[in-house]
Design a protein. Structure first.
Length: 254
């Protein structure tokens, strides 16, 4: 009997020790899971944070840019001098000189600092500061003399040029404003995310002109372009003089 009682005590002690070990192991596992969960939450927070980014391209050189001209037949109608980019089109041609960034960008504010000169009366010529993915995913500033009928409807004065803010698709939308010639302007397009899609906001000299909800989002990344192009939509006849623009810098901030 004494042996049996002693054996029962050994079994009981063994069970208690195992129970203690099990409890300790469970606590250890829970602690490890807790640490893992904290790490996972931290990781998720880091993934949804968007780092700030500031890129400014001054025109001391053309590093970061590539020729994107059309209808030029090998002629180059742009040059840099004293930190400025001069782009021009020739009279009686359909020149379309332009440059674009090598890199593409998504959400953030895009800025062009540009001098808008006097342009040929009725000339189909446009100064362009725009974002381009393809022909239906393009956001523009276009500045030119404009068609006589459009100018009349806007009560444009002699020293006014017309500024278009365009979305070339998804949806297509175009608004027209008046600006004075022979002045420097700061043109900006701010790309925001609203309901998982872009919202584009156009500014001139820090004044909002227009905003538009687009039908696409960050899967579309844009090149930044600077141009002067002889285009049919913005005048009444083929240009009868050379037209130009001067760009001081281009900037992208996020």
């Amino acid at each position: 009997m004494k042996n049996i009682e002693r054996f029962k005590k050994i079994i009981t002690t063994f069970k208690i020790k195992n129970l203690i070990k099990s409890i300790g192991l469970s606590i250890l596992v829970l602690q490890m899971l807790g640490c893992s969960s904290k790490n996972n939450i931290t990781g998720m927070e880091e993934q949804i944070e968007y780092p700030t980014f500031n890129m400014r391209l001054d025109f001391d050189d053309l590093n970061g840019w590539v020729n994107a001209s059309q209808n030029m037949k090998g002629v180059v109608n742009y040059a840099i001098s004293d930190g400025l980019l001069n782009i021009f089109t020739r009279a009686n041609t359909w020149d379309r000189p332009k440059i674009k960034t090598l890199e593409t960008y998504t959400t953030g504010k895009y800025t062009w600092r540009v001098f808008v000169p006097e342009m040929g009366v009725g000339d189909k010529a446009s100064i362009g500061a725009f974002l381009y993915f393809n022909d239906s995913h393009e956001l523009d500033f276009e500045i030119g003399y404009g068609k006589a009928l459009v100018r009349q409807n806007l009560n444009a004065e002699v020293d006014d040029l017309l500024l278009y803010t365009n979305s070339q698709g998804h949806p297509f939308k175009s608004e027209i404003f008046k600006v004075k010639r022979n002045q420097w302007y700061t043109l900006e397009i701010d790309l925001l995310i609203v309901n998982n899609k872009y919202q584009a906001v156009w500014y001139i000299n820090n004044t909002e002109l227009y905003r538009l909800n687009l039908e696409y989002g960050k899967s579309i990344a844009f090149h930044i372009l600077c141009s002067v192009e002889n285009l049919t939509f913005i005048g009444d006849h083929i240009p009868t003089q050379n037209n130009y623009a001067i760009f001081d810098y281009v900037e992208f901030k996020r």
